[in-house]
Design a protein. Structure first.
Length: 98
């Protein structure tokens, strides 16, 4: 994928930078409602001079209802271009009924 961000510069002009984004994930079921996953993801500058940022994380999912799922993850950076070393994440997904 790709993302664009526009920034205001000190001289009043705007600069738009673009980055390519990617992800690769693998997941498996652990029982009827639970699952585990591991993924690698990152981005690389297309129009800016920043280098690639690469991360890996893993976590679990739990399906509370057929259309509601909770996930939690713990990850780290692989590239040295990012200040943060470790991160945690959590999410709640809701699928609209068919």
């Amino acid at each position: 994928g790709a993302e664009w961000a526009t920034f205001d510069q000190d001289d009043g002009r705007e600069t738009t930078l673009s980055r390519a984004v990617w992800t690769l994930s693998l997941g498996a079921s652990v029982g009827e409602k639970a699952g585990v996953f591991i993924e690698a993801f990152g981005d690389d500058g297309l129009s800016d001079e920043g280098g690639p940022a690469t991360f890996v994380d893993g976590g679990f999912t739990y399906q509370f209802r057929p259309n509601v799922q909770l996930d939690a993850s713990l990850g780290t950076r692989v590239s040295d271009l990012v200040d943060e070393r470790w991160f945690v994440g959590a999410g709640l997904s809701w699928r609209w009924p068919d």
